[in-house]
Write a protein that binds this ligand. Structure first.
Ligand code: SF4
Ligand code: SF4
Ligand code: SF4
Length: 185
């Protein structure tokens, strides 16, 4: 997704968790909406007051309180999987924007907490509700929150792989259709 120079400057200030809490499908679409005056600067809970402040300075706009409709600013959280309940369905893998969950079909899954942004996107897809969020600080060996640059790099890799899988799926579909057409001719 290519974005304007203004949107790129805004995007560079966002935390890159891709959590969608701003109401957009990720940080880039939200940055575009701000640049096009279609969204206010106070819709990013992970960025909180500090991000609003930076955006206000960049865009020479008034500082606003975080919009409570988007969520609250809070301590950093990470996802934890209850291994005793995980059925290894792998449904939590595709939604994780930074590929912080590892595991394969019918195997127990684990969260790499040093990479987890606490975006919550893995919670709903889990059919047995065995993923919970805990404060990062409560972990026995709590690593610092991942940097926005790391989140973005991992998200770009995640998206590139997703697009590649989609291209491959379409290629196989087209090939099957061609074979079926040849067989019925
Ligand atoms: S991190 Fe902020 S800008 Fe990015 S998707 Fe989440 S709420 Fe939106
Ligand atoms: S493990 Fe869950 S909460 Fe953590 S980054 Fe991935 S989807 Fe978000
Ligand atoms: S979605 Fe839930 S049950 Fe399925 S692999 Fe992930 S954590 Fe385990």
């Amino acid at each position: 997704m290519t974005i304007s120079a203004d949107a790129a400057a805004i995007h560079a200030l966002l935390p890159q968790t891709q959590c969608t809490r701003c109401g957009y499908q990720g940080c880039k679409p939200y940055a575009e909406a701000i640049a096009n005056a279609q969204a206010p600067i106070n819709r990013c809970p992970p960025g909180g007051a500090a991000t609003i402040d930076r955006l206000a300075r960049l865009l020479d706009r008034d500082v606003l309180p975080l919009d409570p409709e988007c969520g609250r600013e809070g301590p950093a959280v990470v996802a934890i999987i209850d291994e005793s309940r995980c059925i290894g369905c792998a449904r939590c893998l595709p939604p994780c924007p930074v590929d912080a969950i590892v595991g394969a079909q019918r195997q127990m899954h684990v969260v790499l907490t040093d990479l987890c942004t606490g975006c919550e996107l893995c919670i709903v897809p889990c059919p047995v509700d065995c993923i919970t969020l805990v404060p990062r600080g409560s972990l026995a060996s709590a690593s610092p929150e991942p940097l926005a640059a790391v989140n973005l790099e991992r998200f770009d890799t995640h998206e590139a792989r997703r697009h590649e899988r989609e291209r491959e799926r379409l290629r196989v579909l087209i090939e099957r259709k061609k074979r079926a057409t040849r067989a019925s001719a």
